[in-house]
Design a protein around this ligand. Structure first.
Ligand code: UDX
Length: 439
């Protein structure tokens, strides 16, 4: 099939490369010319496991190309996936749908023949009819343009795997047996024939599938972090407890890693956008639980700041603190709403000198937060530090030798915000060891 992907961020670039991997002829479209040039040279514009390989492979075999032109995209094929970002509005909880409607408005005038526009961007429920109305009003092909809602559930750092082997496919249409359904089934044929559950539903359910899934995942993480607060107060060990709970198949191990909580470009803004939409629909009370989920998540960050202050005898001014981790989670260079950087910035505001290290996200962090100091080597970063904070659980950090690290500082104190350092080994090496969720 010939298809396009409009918007080549974490979602779109991955989708474009994976569709080429499935055998389709793909044109990715992004208004950022620099990004287009990088991808056309066979490289991924950000870190994502396996993506570089797929982009290199399919730009070389001619199945994948990128452009900044809506006109070219519209002329290329009759299936257009819309993957643009829907961030949080500044100063509000609601989604900013500006990029979505701009993309649809710019694509529409070039749509002269029947086509399917399949939206993958995360939206507040009720956006689909607005997209349809805009397309029908502006596109020369008018109501021969069909809209499908096809939410994406990929996790960053597993995005290629999650796209090629998803847990389920969700396809939303406004009528039964639509042509759009046949087109999408053909597009995903190789995935469907491996037995992937494929749920066909209406637009609103498809839109809600994504926001409710993310709300549930965020709730699960905040639940175990609320229990971590109880553990800290009562002397229990939240890591052991999470393990015990997770053996119950009804609870499960996934999303039960206690620690500094969630960040990134999805979960925080999705729970807020979901609450804002529920308010608009007059059912705000239904989601008051998410206010608590958000509050518990923020308290994790405050708790680390508080523990740091206590470890430094209530004086942060003039203290040197090393932060291991800048990415919002391991395996990515994405620093959007990074819990690690939020803590680093707060401690900096309170007067400490902060040195941040990260194996992949330092360039992004440096550009965004020039007020912090950055060091590439995690061992050198500890030199002369009064306190070490482990805030993003890159596996390499738990492999470093605490004995060697202790020699770099005269006050070996560490706070493990992610629960992956071995307390005993660190203590044996002379470190004062504190961890979130343990007494
Ligand atoms: C998330 C959803 O998982 C995905 O389905 C959706 O499409 C987009 O949002 P992502 O943001 O890539 O994906 O990351 P995820 O792996 O879910 O982690 C989100 C955040 O929660 C990270 O900051 C991570 O460190 C944190 N987390 C995750 C925990 O603190 N504990 C856990 O047990 C799991």
């Amino acid at each position: 099939m010939k298809l396009t992907v409009i918007g080549c961020g974490y979602l779109g670039a991955t989708h474009a490369a994976c569709m080429a991997e499935l055998g389709h002829q793909v044109l990715g479209m992004d208004s950022d010319m620099e990004k287009v040039a990088i991808m056309n040279s066979g490289k991924a514009p950000f870190l994502e496991r396996g993506l570089d390989t797929l982009i290199a492979r399919h730009t070389a075999d001619g199945r994948l190309e990128f452009t900044a032109s809506y006109e070219e995209a519209a002329a290329f094929g009759n299936l257009h996936f819309v993957c643009v970002g829907t961030p949080q509005q500044p100063g509000k909880h609601a989604y900013d749908l500006g990029h979505l409607f701009t993309a649809v408005r710019k694509l529409s005038p070039w749509l002269r023949s029947p086509a399917v526009v399949a939206v993958k961007s995360t939206v507040p429920v009720g956006a689909a009819p607005r997209v349809r109305d805009l397309l029908h009003e502006v596109a020369p092909a008018g109501d021969a343009i069909e809209v499908a809602w096809n939410p994406e559930f990929l996790r960053e750092s597993f995005a290629v795997k999650d796209t090629l082997r998803p847990d389920r496919l969700v396809l939303g249409f406004d009528s039964e047996n639509s042509r759009a359904e046949a087109v999408l089934r053909q597009c995903y044929e190789k995935i469907i024939e491996t037995g992937t559950p494929t749920i066909v539903t209406d637009w609103a359910t498809a839109e809600l599938a994504k926001t409710s899934a993310n709300a549930f995942l965020a709730t699960k993480i905040s639940f175990i972090n609320a229990i971590a607060e109880i553990c800290e107060a009562s002397g229990a060990d939240v890591d052991r407890l999470a393990d015990i709970l997770g053996h119950d198949a009804r609870i499960g191990q996934g999303g039960m890693r206690p620690g500094l909580g969630f960040g990134g470009g999805c979960l925080p803004k999705d729970i807020r956008g979901f609450m804002a939409r529920a308010d608009e629909l007059g059912v705000g009370r239904a989601l008051t639980i998410l206010r608590e989920v958000d509050a518990i998540n923020s308290r994790r960050r405050e708790r680390v700041v508080d523990l740091a202050r206590r470890q430094l005898d209530d004086t942060l001014v003039g203290k040197r603190i090393t932060v291991w981790g800048a990415a919002f989670k391991p395996g990515t260079d994405d620093i959007r709403d990074s819990p690690a950087l939020a803590v680093a910035r707060r401690l900096h505001e309170l007067g400490a000198t902060i040195t941040v290290t990260d194996p992949q996200a330092l360039d992004n962090a440096r550009k965004r937060h020039p007020e912090l100091d950055y060091v590439d080597d995690p061992i050198a970063a500890v030199e002369g530090a009064h306190l070490l904070l482990h805030l993003t659980e890159w596996p390499l950090y738990s492999r470093l030798d605490p004995d060697r690290l202790a020699a770099r500082t005269s006050t070996p104190k560490v706070i493990d915000g992610r629960g992956t350092l071995d307390a005993e080994t660190w203590r044996r090496a002379g470190w004062t060891f504190r961890a979130l969720g343990r007494h």
